[in-house]
Write a protein that binds this ligand. Sequence first.
Ligand code: PBG
Length: 320
Amino acid sequence: MTIKLPSPDEPLRIGTRGSPLALAQAHETARRLGAAFDLPDAAFEVVVIRTTGDDRAMIAADRPLKEIGNKGLFTREIEQQLSSGGIDIAVHSMKDMPTVQPEGLVLDCYLPREDPRDAFISPGGGAITDLAHGTVVGTSSLRRKAQLLNRRPDLTVVEFRGNVQTRLKKLQDGVAAATFLAMAGLRRMNMDGTIPMTAIDPNDMLPAVAQGAIGIERRMDDDRTAQMLAAIHDGDTDLRLSAERSFLATLDGSCETPIAGLAELDGDSLRLRGEILSPDGAESFAGEISGAASDGAALGRQLATELLGKAGDDFFAWKG
Ligand SMILES: NCc1[nH]cc(CCC(=O)O)c1CC(=O)O
């Protein structure tokens, strides 16, 4: 079946948030689609959509996100535009996406995954182990906070929100001595090499589920878009995310739950590592599982069940 490709007259509309990282991801998507179908830049239109999360984050920039809103805060308006036909695709950081999509939308196209590791950013250089007793570290990620306090309970963690540029500015202003950012974001904005940072070994700090992966969402009934996205979909990323996201889904995790998970491929086999922590980092349960790469979803469920068993029934009680 031949499809009617987008053109400068009828461009494919790509919905995204307006942060520099989100825009870089949207343009990467346009570039890959353009290359796959030999289309000019003008066949794509990047549509910036302001979300409730962006608005509320402006109002209460120093309050933890979990106090401001709930799941979907940064995606709701984008998904509404997608459902109503205002845009044709939505580009997302997969680590920010819930494991279930709204009725009528599908999220099954992934670009090749970037480096999934966290980066430790400290103008003073050095590593986590070099930080002096009581040093202030900024992060808004419950996972990073819990993992850090688990290793270094003596450190002080302060809320550090905003986009990558805002957080780096706070470091410069001395609000904290160090912070964490995803390597993937820094790479996609060509910022690696421009700031003092060290990639953290996943053995020391396991990244967020799906970190470094970009997902592209579409309407379920939009066959043209489905065919276009199939051409840029990355199968290895899919196998890895299947395992990680089934691990997350079984734990019933959200961005408010300290959960980490990383799947890696070795030929036809897959190794999944996972960790769950209490928010204060005092308790941590970690494990790993290996099996056939095609069994990722089952491996994810199995590892999650194992960690839930280790942690005990009361572990998630604080979730409220
Ligand atoms: N929650 C914000 C967010 N969502 C995705 C990324 C980084 C890019 C990625 O993981 O693909 C970031 C910023 C960060 O953690 O540094």
